[in-house]
Ligand binder design. Structure first.
Ligand code: FAD
Length: 323
């Protein structure tokens, strides 16, 4: 038995969520007194690969294949499944990222494994039972699932487990497998970045605004605050439906689910469908002129006030703090 973790990269650099998944996988390997192997797919430099050792990987499998430079769901799932089989890994850990959510069910089928996606805590292993706490209903509830199969896939929710340094560097080995044409029925040919700003699903801080901002012309304040904080910008559904902001910023039940360390909600009422996508944020700050706005019920900090008065003061305070 061993544990395999898929170390996802973005443009050749490992993401924070990868180090979280790695630290989490290391803890599972320790729980089971077994070893932890990492697999990286794509174009990642050797010194970056070796860094995986710092967070617990004892060996890094490197799949450097031109066809696999960009993420291809079926092909990546095939490679990870083959690596799991070749290394006797019966637990595979991945991040519950965009790509991870595509990989998890495919890995489940290929490895005849039970899948726990959106895991938020280490598995409990008592009396032969293997249970995992995971988010359910877009973050509105938690479910405890029991994985009864021999092989298990766990996709760790972002920001659910802290990064822990536990080693030094890891040896890197090439892992080559024949790719099948049937794994390449849909391929990314080119990536065109829509923005240079922090990507919303990966952001540690999100500054989000709703209809309380009155119109798109008032988003300068939101962008200024976000830039100062190194945050991503987001919005409520009606804001993107009205064309004030792009749909890629819409968070909630029908939009992107985020779980940053800090979510600042400005002029958003806090409807259940919005909260579904943001309630697993670590700290929620709400700015709303209506003290009865439902968002205050889930807020860690709240400011009852007019955004047009509060925001300029907040921006000035952040500038002063950073000076
Ligand atoms: P409003 O409800 O209009 O609230 C505006 C808020 O701004 C109010 O609380 C008001 O007090 C405050 N405000 C006004 N002026 C100021 C000011 N000057 N300063 C400070 N505060 C001010 N919504 C989502 O966001 N995401 C989803 O994924 C989503 N999915 C949905 C799915 C379904 C099936 C349905 C039916 C609805 C969905 N909705 C979703 C819509 C959701 O129900 C709400 O209508 C929406 O979230 C409200 O957006 P809002 O808070 O920006 O606007």
């Amino acid at each position: 038995m061993s544990v395999l973790i898929y170390a996802e990269n973005a443009a050749g650099k490992f993401k924070k969520s990868t180090f979280e998944a790695l630290s989490y996988a290391k803890a599972i390997a320790d729980q089971n007194s077994t070893n932890l192997i990492a697999i990286s797919i794509g174009d990642v430099a050797n010194d970056e690969l070796a860094v995986l050792g710092k967070y617990g990987a004892e060996k890094v499998l490197n799949v450097a294949n031109d066809k696999l430079k960009n993420f291809v769901n079926q092909a990546y799932a095939s490679v990870i499944a083959e690596a799991a089989k070749a290394n006797g890994a019966d637990i595979v850990v991945i991040s519950n990222s965009f790509s991870g959510r595509g990989l998890a069910p495919r890995l489940g089928v290929k490895l005849d494994a039970g899948v726990a996606d959106g895991a938020v805590a280490l598995p409990e292993q008592n009396g032969g039972k293997f249970t995992v706490k995971k988010t359910a209903f877009s973050g509105k509830a938690f479910a405890i699932v029991e994985l009864t199969s021999q092989n298990k896939i766990i996709a760790l929710a972002p920001n659910a487990y802290k990064v822990v340094e536990s080693g030094t560097t890891a040896p890197v080995e090439d892992f080559n497998i024949e790719t099948k044409a049937s794994d390449f029925t849909a391929m990314i040919k080119d990536i065109v970045r829509a923005t240079d700003k922090v990507s919303l699903p990966d952001a540690e801080i999100v500054v989000s605004a709703g209809r309380g901002l009155k119109g798109p012309e008032n988003w300068d304040m939101i962008e200024e605050l976000a830039d100062l904080l190194g945050a991503a910008t987001a919005c409520s559904k009606p804001v993107s439906d009205s064309g004030w902001r792009p749909h890629s910023e819409h968070v909630g039940q029908t939009g992107i689910a985020v779980s940053p360390n800090l979510y600042i909600a400005i002029g958003i009422s806090g409807a259940i469908q919005h909260l579904a996508g943001v309630s697993s944020s670590k700290v929620i700050v709400v700015i709303n002129k209506d003290a009865e706005a439902p968002f205050f019920k889930v807020a860690d900090y709240g400011i009852v006030g007019d955004a047009f008065e509060v925001l300029p003061k907040l921006i000035a305070a952040v500038k002063e703090y950073k000076a």
